[in-house]
Design a binder for this molecule. Sequence first.
Ligand SMILES: [Zn+2]
Length: 371
Amino acid sequence: MGFRQVINQEQAKEFLKSSISLSRVANGYLFHGPRGVGKSTTALAFAQGLNCEVEDPEGCGVCTSCRKIARFSHPDVTFVFPTSSKNEYEEISRTLKERSEDELFVHAFPHSASIKIRTIQDLRMSLASGVREGKRRVIILAYAERMTQDASNCLLRMLEEPPTGITFVLTAPSRHRLLPTIVSRCQAVRFVPLAAKEIEGVLLDKGVATPSEARIVARLSDGSLSTALDLAEQDVVEYREESLEYLSKIGTREPTEILEVAEGLAASRDREQVRRFVRLSLLWLRDVLLVKYGAREADVANQDMMEALRAEASAIELAELRKRIDILDEIVSSMERHVDLSLLLSSSFLRLAGIVEEPRQPLGTERQING
Ligand SMILES: [Zn+2]
């Protein structure tokens, strides 16, 4: 535990450590940045640093206080996150137990989970007792963007009249997902996506992926360690085989068959699976492009298939390769706009096969002639 356990995020860590050493601790912090890059681990490390018995701003990790915080059993450190069941305290304590026992724990909850007003009201009541046995009470609200409107307003009142000796740490993907009045009362601390190399290193260290899987997974995870740990549990090499098979089929089929392939794919998988499938194809084609430009084995993601990459690189024209990469790129970005998956795949696959040259212009965007 402690700041040493947090990968990268040097700026955030330095800032927080110096606020501990200089005793300039704010009442509210907002840790913002992508999912799975270490925000809540850093919040816990911050709580350790603030309460460490040997006054190690990094959190020594061995004193009673540091160890209690790591086990989520310190009475001055409260960790709250969205819940979906009626019995939220039971859900919270069960999840925290799992988290303290499994260092590769990935927090997952249904889309409907929220931080409810009752939880914030109970918190407010409990804060009346002040600091219990440590130096500072730390309230961590993870995924704070999932607070209900009522819960946000209740928290806002606490931030407006902050009780002494208490620090709130909110984590969220972006500042814009919270009430501006809450944001303005918190010190913002930015968290950055992790580099693929860093994620690859963790996956190998923890022994959760083979070297070839780790390379691919790290490059599909958008800088998020939790996404990578999730992906590492799936057979990404098998998915790659499958996506390459589809890719090669598309080029050799008749239009009606291509449409069948697209519709079949859209019907049989959920959006996330289709997205992963397209991104694996994209990762492959980018490797082909790199090899075409003379990249070596160390530069590509699909290192274990160097021979096949070389063969494809010499067989495909540069312009054709670029066109395919662009089309797959467009699929990935269009998917974020909740378009009809089957339509999107059908039109994109026809373009990939060279049957349709240009995408049909959406209605209302025709080029103006005298405009
Ligand atoms: Zn300590």
